[in-house]
Write a protein that binds this ligand. Structure first.
Ligand code: UD1
Ligand code: CA
Length: 462
């Protein structure tokens, strides 16, 4: 049976109090709509229709930024006026096939697990439509499931239209349904908007089908929380925490030690080897890989990096797009901007910034340095306060440093510049491309120290 998916994403999301369309608000740094698209793509549908409306261009822009594989699947349908969820679905029906199973999802429900959707699709067997419901401790705001005496679905009543009795029902509509294409085409045009909100509710479909004697199924989800819709910032925060709680739990189960799973944030993917320890309040973004026995100190922000076995990242280190090999020690308070490779046993200490630099085996930059556009050999010692002057106001230049070089504290290396193997640069030296040196030379720029006897320092008049 072929599967087509419709994702509703046209609403403004008034209750978010934001200029951004609701479905673009992020969970784990990824738009909610993208979560839904990713999940549905894993069901191998023939097509994914995204219904856009409010600030359609912005939502389309997000879709256009997806991978090519996804873009091939996604079709955009415009709902000019947001007249309700039923109307939104009809905007996507154009080329939906009669014989397709049509899965309808809401762009504001980002955490629905794919296996549950698979179960929902399977529950359509022998029915015209099937609805995913769940039992909520606090059903406020959700459509309520009204069952008849046989326990079959009779209708769905929205919060605002429900009687006091109906509001007491805690079986809620998650918003997710699966329906035969043909059935949708027949019944969508019959939906009326005679309700409190004056909207064409998709939820009316179930009642219409039931009273026409059609078989409507219900799949009750085992857990409601994960199916929570986001209509407001408190709900967004709730869903974000739930996502993080689950991500942390998964890592714990894989054997990662988290100092506190409630103070852990994953905004991408994190692969860990054995015996990894992650202290509190770290953020992992993009694709991060940690080898065996890696230690990540408190408060680190790590984006698109791979860190080799036995490396220790001390607290409050910020790094992105860098490769750190084995047994390196980084931080505390180090900053790796994009494009670095740090070989085995490199040490980068506090207040050292690196960018597009290669640090060879065992090289150390312990304190207060800027290493930009530098290729540094092995066993080099970079003294405190060393600066690669890589920028002349218009162009960037590289610094090359050989093996076994010692750079004294507070030196400036004015790029383009090359420092030969075994050279010692004395503290406070300015090296330029004009500095002549051979291997193992000592390079120093130091003028004779002058003494002014009994110098009278300026004093403030009291
Ligand atoms: C909806 C359901 C409710 C269910 C709840 C689950 C209806 C009428 N109500 O309520 O039964 O319990 O979700 O979370 O369906 N949208 C459009 N075009 C529109 C209106 C909405 O594309 O004209 C989109 C929104 O962008 C959103 C989704 O549909 O992604 C749901 O709309 P929303 O207004 O959030 O519905 P709820 O009040 O949450
Ligand atoms: Ca909603």
């Amino acid at each position: 049976m072929s599967l087509e998916v419709i994702i509703l994403a046209a609403g403004k999301g008034k209750r978010m109090h934001s200029k951004l369309p609701k479905v673009l608000h992020k969970v784990a740094n990824k738009p909610m709509l993208e979560h839904v698209i990713d999940t549905t793509a894993s069901l191998n549908p023939e097509s994914i229709h995204v219904v856009v409306g409010h600030m359609a261009e912005l939502v389309e822009q997000m879709v256009n930024g997806l991978s090519d594989d996804l873009k091939k699947l996604v079709k955009i349908d415009l709902q000019k006026e947001q007249l309700g969820t039923g109307h939104a679905v009809s905007c996507a029906m154009g080329d939906i096939k009669d014989e397709s199973d049509v899965l309808v999802l809401y762009g504001d429900t980002p955490l629905t697990p794919a296996p549950l959707l698979q179960d929902l699709i399977a529950s359509l067997q022998g029915k015209e439509m099937s609805v995913l419901t769940a039992f909520a401790d606090n059903p406020f705001g959700y459509g309520r499931i009204i069952r008849n005496e046989q326990g079959n679905l009779q209708k769905i009543v929205e919060e605002k239209d429900a009687t006091d009795e109906e509001r007491k029902i805690n079986e809620v509509n998650t918003g997710m349904i699966v329906c035969k294409g043909k059935t949708l085409k027949e019944y969508l045009p019959q939906i009326k908007n005679n309700n409190k909100q004056g909207e064409y509710y998709l939820t009316d479909l179930s009642g219409m089908l039931a009273s026409a004697g059609k078989a409507v199924g219900i799949l009750v989800a085992p857990d409601f929380e994960i199916l929570s819709g986001v209509n407001s910032k408190p709900q967004l925060a709730f869903v974000e925490r739930l996502y993080q709680k689950n991500a942390a739990q998964k890592l714990l189960e894989e054997g990662v030690t988290l100092a506190d799973p409630s103070r852990f944030d994953l905004r991408g993917s994190l692969k860990c080897g054995e015996d990894v320890f992650i202290d509190i309040n770290c953020i992992f973004e993009g694709n991060v890989e940690l080898g065996n026995n890696v230690v990540i100190g408190a408060g680190c922000v790590i984006k698109n990096c791979s860190i080799g076995d036995g490396s220790i990242i001390s607290p409050y280190t910020v790094m992105e797009d860098s490769v750190i090999k084995r047994k390196a020690t980084i931080g505390p308070f180090a900053r790796l901007r994009p494009g670095n490779t740090l070989e085995d046993e490199v040490h980068v200490g506090n207040f050292v910034e690196c960018k597009k630099s290669h640090l060879g085996l065992g090289t150390k930059a312990g304190h207060l340095s800027y290493l930009g556009d530098a290729t540094i050999g092995k066993d080099v010692n970079i003294g405190a306060g060393t600066i690669t002057c890589n920028y002349d106001g218009a162009n960037k230049f590289r610094t090359e440093i050989g093996d076994d070089v010692f750079i004294g504290s507070d030196s400036q290396l004015v790029a383009p510049v090359s420092i030969k193997n075994g050279v010692t640069i004395a503290a406070g030296t300015t090296v330029t491309r004009h500095t002549q040196m051979d291997e193992k030379d000592l390079v120093l720029t130091r003028s004779e120290t002058k003494i002014v006897k009994k110098y009278a320092r300026p004093h403030k008049n009291k």
